[in-house]
Ligand binder design. Structure first.
Ligand code: NAI
Length: 386
């Protein structure tokens, strides 16, 4: 097993299985030291639970609430010449630790958009859980197959009206360079909404409800990002934002549709986190360097597990009801959006450029780089890479 990580741009071509296992173990340890979820769900389906926010949600509910979990993710198993993806090893690690504690943990690897996967999941729920009382929807992908094999929708990372140039950070070769995003046409906007909007979430809930596998008081949650005026051109004001607006509307629609079983659907607006998906977004990387530095200095920087557990324990399963804003959104992005933090970020970003971006006095590049490395199982404390 090699301890050398192979990265192309912002894509990790390999991972370290032992590091992945240790990283999952540390998230479990961290969640056990946080306040537990008193009224946690019993049986949870996570779509996209092998990494990022989905994995942290799964760990929060299982080890901070003793829930059984079924996870669907799209990951590559190892072969003789390939380590496979980090998510694959995260799943194995999760199963190992969950089973040690007598929790049911099952993983289905495959396409969550397919009819076959829906059927497989429903059969599993019927046989093993009877019903589920929570669905976490945390898929992040660029492609969604159209029904009946009619091709694919492809999401586009573009602006809406005018071009925007933002800095993109590549880990290998290590450099920062400007990237211009062009405005999307209507077809591109529509395709992005199809891939990252709420339609598939709605279909999943409907199909599970029709199959009568949703318990009374069922809850479902999906994740959004709004950010601030700094990130607006590249995120909420762009194609991804259109998809997230659709996701927000879907939560309201589902909330109504679930009323007969006293069910609820929410979107949680999360903070920016370094993940396999988020490192691709130009403009966001320099913002995240500044954000991480500022939040760390204020003692308000949350890891993925701390953030998702706050959402589960403090919002979704808050015994006094789920606190939301006037748009019925869970606002876990409060530390990030604090005007003092945003003003500081605006000032810091003005000083970050391609020659100094690694300098700790301008932003937390080292933290950003290390977190990326860690999601692939490298640079994890306690692992003997030799
Ligand atoms: P991630 O890349 O770490 O995880 C994505 C998950 O989706 C993985 O488990 C992957 O296997 C799974 N997946 C992708 N395509 C699939 C398919 N066809 N079938 C089955 N599984 C599939 O992504 P991350 O960052 O955790 O994002 C999850 C959600 O959270 C997304 O909706 C994202 O927009 C949202 N979000 C992310 C933030 C961030 O800063 N990372 C901030 C706020 C929201």
């Amino acid at each position: 097993m090699s301890d050398i990580k192979i990265i192309k741009g912002v894509v990790a071509a390999n991972c370290h299985p032992l590091g992945c296992k240790e990283q999952v173990r540390q998230q479990i340890k961290d969640v056990k030291n946080l306040p537990q979820i008193n009224n946690a769900p019993k049986n949870v389906l996570v779509l996209g639970g092998s990494s990022g926010l989905g994995l942290a949600s799964r760990i929060s509910l299982a080890f901070g609430g003793r829930a059984n979990t079924l996870n669907v993710s799209y990951e590559r198993p190892p072969t003789e010449s390939d380590t496979g993806t980090a998510g694959y090893h995260n799943n194995l690690a999760f199963q190992h630790f969950a089973k040690e504690e007598g929790l049911i943990a099952e993983d289905f690897i495959g396409d969550a958009f397919s009819l076959e996967m829906r059927t497989k999941v429903i059969n599993y729920i019927r046989q093993n859980f009877g019903k589920i009382d929570c669905l976490v929807y945390s898929l992040a992908t660029g492609i969604r197959p159209k029904p009946n094999g009619e091709g694919k929708w492809k999401s586009e990372l573009k602006t809406i009206d005018s071009p925007f140039t933002g800095n993109f950070i590549s880990f290998e070769p290590e450099m920062m360079l400007p990237v211009t995003l062009e405005p999307a046409n209507n077809d591109e906007i529509e395709a992005t909404v199809k891939v990252m909007g709420g339609e598939d979430w709605e279909e999943w809930v409907e199909v599970l409800k029709e199959a009568d596998v949703l318990d009374t008081d069922f809850k479902t949650i999906a994740y959004s990002y709004i950010g601030s005026e700094v990130t607006y051109p590249v995120y909420f004001g762009g194609t991804l934002g259109k998809a997230k607006e659709h996701l927000h509307q879907t939560a309201d629609l589902l909330d109504t549709k679930l009323s007969d079983i006293n069910g609820h659907a929410y979107v949680a607006v999360c903070k920016a986190i370094v993940s396999k998906a988020s490192v691709f977004i130009p403009g966001l990387s320099t913002y995240v360097l500044a954000l991480m530095k500022e939040l760390k200095e204020r003692g308000e920087d949350e890891t993925a597990i701390q953030h998702m557990h706050r959402i589960m324990q403090g919002y979704l399963y808050n015994p006094n009801g789920t606190p939301t804003d006037d748009q019925r959104l869970i606002r876990a992005d409060n530390f990030e959006l604090n005007p003092e933090v945003q003003n500081k970020i605006k000032e810091m970003i003005k000083n970050i450029n391609s020659s100094n971006y690694k300098d700790p006095s301008v932003g937390d590049y080292e933290g950003y780089r290390k977190e990326f490395s860690q999601i692939n199982g490298f640079e994890i404390e306690g692992v003997d890479y030799k």
